[in-house]
Design a protein around this ligand. Structure first.
Ligand code: SAH
Length: 340
C-alpha cells in the first residue's frame, strides 16, 4: 500500500490506463484531491467510483500529524510526526509576495555540516514524496492559507533523496495538483555535484540554492564534510552549467560564523570565486543553538562583509530572519524534542 500523496501524474496515467480508464479520469483524481480537498476516497466526487475503488486497493490517505505549532509575527513553524513517529519541521513564511513553505526531505541528515543541528542527529530515513506533499497539505489545512512558493530547504539533503524529490516536483508543479510554478520553487543543496547536473537536465526550471558557507576548500572541508568529495571548483562549475541551462541565477548561501568565515579576506575571496558566473549571494545570520561551538557574527562584521561583496560587484542580499527568537530555526524544534 502506498500513500495517495505520493502518486505522480505519470504514475496515475499508467494506473488508469492499465485498468481501462481515460486520461481525463486522472485529471479528476488530482482535482478531487488537490482542488476539492478530498481527504478520503469517499470524498472523491468527480472521479468515477469504479476508479476510486481501484485506487482503494493500492493507496491510502495519510497526512503528517501536528505535534507543535510555534508562531512569530511572520512565520508559523510546524513540528510534524510521520506515520512511524519520525519527526520533521515545516515552516510557513509570510512574505510580501505571498506565502512560502519550507519543507523537509529527510528525517535527520547524513551530511554532517559542523554548524547544523539537523546533522547532529543522523538520518533516520528518507521521506516519501507523499510526506513532502503532505507537509504542504497539512499546513494548508491548518492555516487555510494559499501557498505560492515552496523552498526545499528544511531538514535533510534533497539530493540525497533525489528520486522522491523528483516525484514531489511533479506533484508540486502539476496544474491539477499543487500548481506552484517551477519559478516559485527553490531547492537548496550542500553541493552534491552529479545531482546538480541531473536536475539541470530535468524539465523543471526551479531555482537552485547552494550552501557554500566558505570561499576555499580548506575552510569548507572543515565545516562541510561533503566538500572532500565535491570540492568548490566542481560545485561552481556545476552551478554555472545549471544557471546557463535554466537561464537563471544560482543562489549562494553563506551563513556567517563569528571568527570562522566572516573576515574581509573571506569576502574578497568569495567575490573572486564567483566572478563571471550568474550568482547571487544570500548572507544568513547564524542561529546558534544551545551547546553550540559556533557563534553568530557581529552585526557590523556582517555589514562589512556585505559591503565588500557590493564594492566588488557581487550580487548580494541578506536573509530576513525567521523564527530564531523562539528557538525555532533550522532543525531546532526537532532536535530539542529528541533531547527530551
Ligand atoms: N541540505 C540542504 C538544505 C537544508 S539546510 C543544504 O545544505 O542546503 C538549509 C540551509 O540552512 C543551509 O544553507 C544550511 O547550511 C543552513 N543552516 C543550517 N543550520 C543553520 C543555522 N543554525 N543557522 C543558519 N543557517 C543554518
Amino acid at each position: 500500500m502506498k500513500n495517495i500523496y505520493s502518486l505522480s501524474y505519470a504514475e496515475a496515467l499508467q494506473f488508469a490506463d492499465e485498468r481501462g480508464f481515460k486520461p481525463t479520469q486522472v485529471t479528476n483524481i488530482f482535482r478531487d484531491i488537490y482542488k476539492s480537498d478530498a481527504r478520503s476516497f469517499d470524498e472523491m466526487k468527480s472521479t468515477k467510483s469504479e476508479l476510486v475503488n481501484e485506487l482503494r486497493q493500492e493507496y491510502y490517505f495519510h497526512l503528517p500529524e501536528i505535534i507543535t505549532i510555534t508562531k512569530t509575527p511572520d512565520t508559523v513553524k510546524y513540528l510534524f510526526s510521520l506515520e512511524d513517529g519520525c519527526m520533521v519541521e515545516t515552516v510557513l513564511m509570510k512574505q510580501e509576495y505571498g506565502n512560502s513553505v519550507c519543507i523537509s526531505t529527510q528525517c535527520g541528515c547524513n551530511m554532517g555540516c559542523a554548524f547544523c543541528c539537523s546533522g547532529r542527529l543522523k538520518k533516520q530515513r528518507d521521506l516519501t514524496p507523499g510526506e513532502m506533499t503532505g507537509q504542504i497539505i497539512a499546513l494548508k489545512d491548518n492555516t487555510g492559507e494559499k501557498i505560492s512558493n515552496i523552498t526545499i530547504m528544511g531538514i535533510g539533503e534533497p539530493f540525497d533523496n533525489f528520486d522522491a524529490v523528483g516525484v514531489f516536483l511533479d506533484i508540486a508543479t502539476n496544474d491539477n495538483a499543487l500548481e506552484v510554478g517551477s519559478s516559485h520553487i527553490t531547492l537548496s543543496t550542500c553541493g552534491i555535484v552529479p545531482r546538480i547536473y541531473d536536475l539541470a537536465d530535468m524539465p523543471y526550471t526551479i531555482g537552485l540554492a547552494i550552501s557554500l558557507h566558505a570561499p576555499n576548500d580548506e575552510l569548507r572541508s572543515r565545516l562541510m564534510p561533503v566538500n572532500k568529495k565535491y570540492p568548490i571548483a566542481d560545485v561552481i562549475k556545476a552551478a554555472k552549467y545549471y544557471s546557463e541551462k535554466k537561464n537563471r541565477k544560482v543562489l549562494i548561501e553563506y551563513v556567517m560564523l563569528k571568527g570562522v568565515n566572516d573576515s574581509a579576506e573571506n569576502a574578497e575571496e568569495l567575490s573572486r570565486l564567483l566572478k563571471g558566473g550568474r550568482f547571487s549571494v544570500n548572507i544568513i545570520p547564524y542561529n546558534p543553538s544551545s551547546e553550540d561551538k559556533f557563534l553568530r557574527s557581529e552585526g557590523q562584521t556582517i555589514r562589512a562583509f556585505y559591503d565588500i561583496l557590493k564594492k566588488n560587484g557581487t550580487a548580494v542580499t541578506m536573509r530576513r530572519e525567521f523564527g530564531s527568537n523562539v528557538g525555532a530555526a533550522c532543525g531546532q524544534l526537532r532536535s530539542d524534542r529528541l533531547k527530551k
